[in-house]
Design a protein. Structure first.
Lengths: 567, 166
């Protein structure tokens, strides 16, 4: 029996000494040191971190909480005061014993200045506000003002800060410097150097996080230009994260380029299903078609990043040849079928079969809830169960070698013992020998795993649920179109046992329905389902009651960040 | 309320006074200056600032001015505008024009001629011109596509040539 582990952010250091700091008059006790975003070693806490703890917003470009500090954009300049020092080098206090604070003559950049006891940060003093306006004017000197054709418009920090903190006029009267536009930086990245504000976030990301020192600045002054080494392509598997962190529209995704303005996108919290890591994502869609995936911050899983491969793995969802119709063949005759009919047809078959004469191939791409329902049906019928492994290349940052998003779920529901797929050949033998007469397959093309025509012809019933047509769907007696995970609600368990929720972003095509709906309807007809089970939440509740690993867990407890359980 | 219906005299009951009075009015107007217009052969001169059909315009070098920023699509109150952005593929025919709409449709049955699209357009690419007589035989016909909008809009003589020096 395992207890659900807590879901607090990792990297939260043990007790650190705190110092009192005032931000715009709000007193906060700030830890003296914070972990370095890359190495995790304690480094002095900076003013910008103190401001964010006080919930005071300080505009910034080059500072990013997940990257080392560069301090080159000057956007975060603030006025501040320090506790006065007496001639004896001791902090001065007034008659009440309160510290005497003197405003410093010059401002400092909040992102790189460590805090000191009794420091006062004037994040909205007239001087600070004036500085922000002037810094923005400088940043816009050579800026092309491409907003109408810039993919970043709508989520651009330069636009946002210009409206919030900028002035309407520029004193600049000379010719603007023109830099390269539409630069092909790599297979997935397009660069517009004129829009770059030289914050170096992208350089630090690829050097310190992705471990590929691919980008750098060349030339000086107004001609300072971001580029790759001549002739080299910026092509590691994490390049698209630089598009996310680029505060302006300099780095843009070739895939998303000119696809849709961002303000039209509907954003749905979801997960990446391309490997077992389960990176948290936001799906951007419009009118039922997916436009992009973007990482969603979760420090327990993927920090703020995701790999390019997973990010671009969405096109198949909108494919024209998606399975859309329910097909039932009875003695070689195709019956007119709707979903209700298919459910009762399947239930009829499953009621009539002998115990131990069925096999169910579950998919490790299905949700925990669906796998749970499959295990309930399998128990009822004494079925043989198995799933199919997908192994590929992994890396040390995010990508896992397990290309199934929910292998842990398959194991947790007891649908595969030992290595995933190890019982597949046994099931094949049983099909060949005629012991297994009914085969149910979810989302797996068994014809690619030795289930040839000869074996499949021995079956009385072949029930298949899948998303795209393949060798097995052609042979099915009953074919029910299923849903991609972006079209349904549910949970996956990642390789480390973190259970995370996802939500439907786009509608399923044609008669396709989430598999759990079909499974639940069938189970209601052939077995017992508690009255309370209606939707995914209540189904999760039932699953948590019946599964030892999930004991005591509730749907709402999972939150947006998920909960790690011991596997 | 009680309405007093006074009895009509014999003269009045002949209806002649009413007819004569009617003819008087007709005759008076018959010799006056005409106020009607022989529409559609004759058409009125439109006042300045008249808001007719929203149309796309080209710059004097025959480039489509619209860059598919979709602000008009966003601002349009009855959602009459529908733009298909170009996507990542580069269209070699467009030369140095980096972005232009793949398709641009305005449903003239939905349009309320409010002029917001013209007001919001950062490229001055859409104008409510003087066309007011928009007719068609089907709903589909009333959805004007890019080709039609550009043809009706014609060339706009102004100083904003976005792509000239790019
Ligand atoms: S980077 Fe921002 S300000 Fe610059 S053109 Fe793009 S949207 Fe406009
Ligand atoms: S491309 Fe973007 S992230 Fe990189 S330096 Fe320029 S503005 Fe910063
Ligand atoms: S005039 Fe108004 S209603 Fe018509 S297309 Fe423009 S914004 Fe839409
Ligand atoms: S007409 Fe103007 S506002 Fe509308 S998409 Fe084109 S450029 Fe943008
Ligand atoms: S955010 Fe501090 S200098 Fe850039």
């Amino acid at each position: 029996m395992s207890k659900a582990a807590d879901a607090t952010k990792n990297g939260e250091a043990a007790q650190v000494e705190t110092v009192p700091v005032k931000v715009d008059g709000i007193l906060v006790n700030v830890p003296k040191t914070s972990p370095d975003p890359v190495t995790g070693k304690p480094i002095p806490t900076t003013m910008i971190q103190a401001c964010s703890m006080a919930k005071v917003d300080v505009p910034h470009y080059c500072y990013h909480p997940k990257l080392p500090v560069a301090g080159n954009c000057r956007m975060c300049l603030v006025e501040y005061g320090m506790q006065a020092m007496g001639p004896d080098r001791k902090p001065v206090v007034d008659d009440n014993g309160d510290p005497v604070v003197r405003k410093m003559p010059r401002p400092a950049i909040a992102c790189a200045t460590p805090i000191a006891p009794n420091m006062e940060i004037y994040a909205s003093s007239p001087g600070t506000i004036e500085m922000r306006k002037d810094v923005l004017e400088f940043l816009l000197i050579n800026h092309p003002l491409d907003c109408p054709i810039c993919d970043q418009a709508g989520e651009c920090k330069l636009q946002e800060y210009s409206v919030e903190h900028g002035g309407a006029n520029s004193l600049f009267r000379e010719q603007k410097v023109h830099k390269p536009k539409q630069v092909d930086l790599g297979p997935r990245i397009m660069l517009d150097d004129e829009r770059c504000i030289l914050c170096s976030r992208c350089i630090r990301f690829t050097r310190d996080i992705a471990g590929d020192d691919a980008l750098g600045f060349v030339n000086r002054g107004s001609y300072n230009t971001l580029t790759t080494y001549p002739g080299k392509s910026f092509d590691n598997n994490y390049t698209l994260n630089t598009v996310d962190i680029c505060p302006v529209g300099a780095l843009t995704s070739k895939d998303f380029r000119f696809q849709m303005r961002v303000w039209f996108l509907k954003e749905t919290k979801s997960l990446c299903a391309s490997c077992g890591t389960g990176c948290n994502i936001v799906v951007g869609s419009r009118e039922g078609s997916i436009k992009r995936f973007e990482p969603r911050e979760n420090d327990g899983v993927n920090s703020s990043w995701m790999c390019d491969e997973g990010r671009l793995n969405y096109k198949w969802v909108g494919r024209e040849d998606r399975l859309k119709d329910i097909v039932i063949y009875d003695n070689g005759e195709s019956l007119e079928a709707d979903w209700d009919k298919a459910v009762s047809h399947i239930s009829e078959i499953l009621r009539s079969v002998d115990k131990g004469s069925t096999a169910i191939i579950a998919s490790a791409r299905q949700t925990n809830e669906e796998l749970f329902l499959i295990s309930q049906i399998a128990n009822l019928l004494d079925s043989f169960t198995e799933s199919i492994p997908r192994i590929g290349e992994g890396d040390s940052l995010l990508v896992n070698t397990d290309k199934n998003p929910n292998t842990s779920g398959v194991k947790m529901m007891g649908l595969s013992s030992g290595e995933l797929g190890s019982n597949l050949n046994k099931i094949l033998e049983k099909v060949r020998s005629g012991e297994v007469k009914t085969l149910i397959s979810f989302g797996e093309d068994l014809t690619r795993h030795g289930f040839d025509d000869e074996a499949l012809e021995k079956l009385d019933h072949l029930i298949v649920s899948d998303i795209l047509p393949n060798g097995l769907t052609e042979k099915a007696d009953v074919l029910i179109p299923g849903c991609a995970h972006v079209e349904k609600k549910g949970t996956f368990t990642n390789v480390k046992g973190r259970i995370q929720r996802f939500y439907p972003a786009t509608p399923a095509p044609g008669a396709a329905k989430p598999e759990w709906e079909t499974l639940l309807a069938v189970l209601k007809q052939i077995g017992n389902v508690p009255e309370s089970v209606k939707g995914v939440e209540s189904l999760f509740q039932w699953m948590a009651q019946e599964t030892s690993e999930l004991e005591g867990l509730t749907w709402s407890e999972l939150g947006d960040q998920g909960v790690t359980v011991e596997l | 309320m009680i309405v007093n219906r006074s009895k009509l005299s014999f003269w009045e009951r002949t209806y002649l006074p009413a007819i004569i009075n009617g003819f008087k009015v007709t005759l008076r107007h018959f010799f006056k200056k005409k106020v009607t217009m022989q529409y559609p052969e004759e058409k009125w001169t439109l006042p300045e600032g008249y808001r007719g059909a929203p149309l796309l315009v080209k710059d004097p070098e025959d480039r489509t001015k619209c860059v598919s920023c979709q602000l008009c699509e966003f601002v349009c109150p009855p959602k009459a505008i529908r733009i298909t952005p170009p996507g990542p593929e580069v269209n070699p025919e467009l030369g140095n024009v980096e972005k232009a709409p793949q398709e641009f449709e305005i449903n003239m049955l939905r349009c309320i001629f409010c002029g917001y699209c013209q007001e919001v357009c950062p490229e001055e690419a859409i104008f409510l011109k003087s066309d007011y007589s928009l007719t068609g035989e089907s709903r589909e016909e009333m959805v004007y596509n890019k080709e039609k909008l550009l043809e009706m809009g014609g060339i706009h003589q102004d100083q904003i040539w976005k792509w000239k020096n790019k």
